[in-house]
Design a binder for this molecule. Structure first.
Ligand code: HEM
Length: 416
């Protein structure tokens, strides 16, 4: 076997915080490798990248998710006791619950709701001088999320609920105040959703049978027991929160339209499935998830490198999306690259790779693609707007990231 290139020093958490999305890719380049070893948050960590690496990372016999995510991520982004940290039969059973919500009919409902809420928002925006697209898109997606999931949302709650769902996402790579805001947001959101689920379970509120609220409230574990209230709330938030996260991709999509004006017309006419290619390219090009973590389940050797039971392994996502091994001219925004893309489950993994049911690949990938298509098509087909001067740059250190100005648009009018 051969040695894994090893970064010297006691701990590199500070380097991770100061290099952000480029932490793994920088080292892969420096060591000219697809694997290296470092130390983060006081433990040995192996980082891997590429299609083969993704393939092994999603091997359930070699890796587990139990004890993989740090507490600070569970207290903010994920919640405790949810699907992300489960393995084997318990995971598949829980994941089926999520995937049962992703039928073509339910995707159509989500699309219709998304379109409807863009129309409602347009009426409001036409009365305003300018809007901050990121905040509006998150609020819009919060309404869509609650309606789609069957969760009642009063008009006077909308702002707080959106802020909280957003703050949980915004906390994932944070320390200090942003992390603490994420914790507060999670506590408040779990209390809200526990209340909602209790209303359903006690028969005080009714919920449609095909909604996430109903299915999660009445989901039975393999032993026939309902989920405990906290876990049920965590899982319902695993639906609401990431739908709000689509607001970030919508904002990046609007940025792409602005930075590459030639794409606007193509999206308008949408021949050759251009909207699909455009959305894929937004998900490839703009940074969202930096990497994923799993723990080695038993000793094994991969590409002549020894992996020891218990080691934390990070799979590079951002770097894979920008790797010249996988993509031609990766730093170019070019939707057409997806024209001939064959679609391996391991080479394009902005929302994780592998299999939806057997593995941890994002349950909401189809929803994300659909809601982005609907939203970006609305932006180019239904409205005209101006983009005033502003700082549209986005940090590669802040995780997650977003254009500094949050994308201001003004003079918004419905197209005639
Ligand atoms: C898992 C990204 C939208 C539900 C994941 C994973 C990533 C991800 C990277 C981890 C994959 C892994 O651990 O192997 C994103 C991004 C989104 C998005 C960037 C859009 C902005 C959604 C939506 C939903 C959703 C809309 C649901 C409505 C989930 C769930 C999991 C997950 C339930 C856990 C799956 C499991 O552990 O088996 N997502 N996601 N996500 N996502 Fe998403």
């Amino acid at each position: 076997t051969s040695l894994i290139p090893q970064e010297k020093g006691i701990d590199h958490t500070l380097a991770l915080l100061s290099e952000g999305f480029r932490f793994i890719p920088n080292r892969l380049r420096n060591y000219d490798t697809d694997i290296f070893q470092t130390r983060l948050l006081g433990q040995k960590v192996i980082c891997i990248s590429g299609k083969e690496a993704a393939n092994v990372f999603y091997d359930n016999e070699l890796f587990q998710r139990k004890d993989a995510a740090p507490k600070r991520i569970q207290k903010t982004l994920f919640g405790e006791g949810g699907v992300q940290g489960m393995d084997d039969a318990a995971h598949s059973h829980r994941k089926e619950l999520f995937m049962s919500l992703m039928t073509p009919e339910r995707l159509q409902v989500l699309n219709n709701l998304t379109n409807e809420h863009w129309e409602i928002s347009l009426d409001k925006w036409q009365e305003m001088d300018q809007i901050i697209l990121f905040h509006e898109a998150e609020e819009l997606m919060c309404r869509v999320a609650c309606r789609w999931a069957g969760v009642p949302l009063k008009a006077n709650e909308l702002k707080q609920r959106t802020e909280d769902l957003s703050a949980m996402i915004d906390a994932f790579g944070a320390s200090g105040p942003r992390h603490l805001q994420g914790r507060t947001a999670r506590r408040r959101s779990e209390a809200w959703i526990k209340f909602v689920i209790t209303k359903v379970r006690t028969g005080k509120w009714s919920a449609d049978e095909d909604t996430a609220l109903y299915k999660i409230a009445w989901h039975e574990d393999p032993n026939g027991n309902l989920l405990d209230l906290k876990t049920a709330a965590v899982e319902l938030l695993n639906i609401l929160r990431p739908i709000v996260a689509i607001g970030r991709y919508i904002t990046f999509g609007a940025l792409a339209l602005h930075e590459h004006p030639e794409t606007r017309e193509k999206l308008q006419s949408d021949t050759d499935n251009y909207s699909q290619m455009f959305v894929q390219e937004v998900r490839r090009f703009y940074p969202f998830g930096p990497f994923l973590g799993a723990r080695v389940r038993k000793d094994f050797t991969w590409n002549q490198h020894d992996f020891q039971k218990g080691t934390l392994v990070l799979l590079d996502i951002y770097g894979a999306n920008h790797s010249s091994e996988l993509w031609e001219n990766p730093e170019q925004f070019r939707p057409e690259r997806f024209h001939d893309w064959e679609g391996s489950p391991f080479d394009f993994i902005p929302q994780g790779g592998g299999d939806y049911l057997k593995g941890h690949r994002c349950a909401g990938e189809w929803i994300t693609i659909e809601a982005m298509k609907t939203s970006l098509s609305f932006l180019v087909k239904q409205i005209d707007y101006e983009v005033p001067d502003q700082d549209l740059s986005y940090s590669m250190v802040r995780m997650p990231t977003i254009p500094k100005s949050r994308f201001v648009i003004r003079n918004i009018r419905g197209k005639q």
